[in-house]
Each structure stands twice: as structure tokens, then as C-alpha cells.
Ligand binder design. Sequence first.
Ligand code: ZN
Length: 95
Amino acid sequence: MKIEFDFRIEGDEQPDAFLDARELQLMFDSTRRSLGDGLERKFRDVVCGEHAEAPQFQVTGRYDRQLEELDIHYHVDTCCQFFLLRVMQILNQRA
Ligand SMILES: [Zn+2]
């Protein structure tokens, strides 16, 4: 299993920002850690039954300084469509 993270801050720094640049990096670090741990837990032993390949994840995080919101997106790569459906099912299960 492979997990890649791509976290970025978007927009100009706001004078009255709720989180400063250092606090944002700390939030990114802890978010990466908890998402990574969650994926490891769910997919540690999950491979495609037909091709024996593990899924690959790319997790994108965009922090919008205007809205002060962090948007997380998952991109999943698998060997085949059938396994992708299974991975999406597992991903959407509550921990
Ligand atoms: Zn497959």
C-alpha cells in the first residue's frame, strides 16, 4: 500500500487569521498522521483477490485562507475496476 499526501495552503494570509502558518503546518501534520493511520488500519491486509495488488492512495488537502476551511480529497489507484469498488466500500465504512 502506498499513501501520498499533497497538502497546501491557498490564498493570501489574512490579518485576523484563526490559524497562523505554523499552526496550519501543525494541523496538516496531525491530519496527515491520523488519515495515514486510518488508511493503514483499514487496508493493511487488503489486496486485490485477482491481481494480489495493494491500493494506492493520494490524499489532497487544500486549506482555503479566505474560508478558513480544509478540503480533503482521496484519489485511489487500483489494478482493476472491481478492486476499486471494494476499496471504495472499505474507505466509506466508519472506522
Ligand atoms: Zn485487480
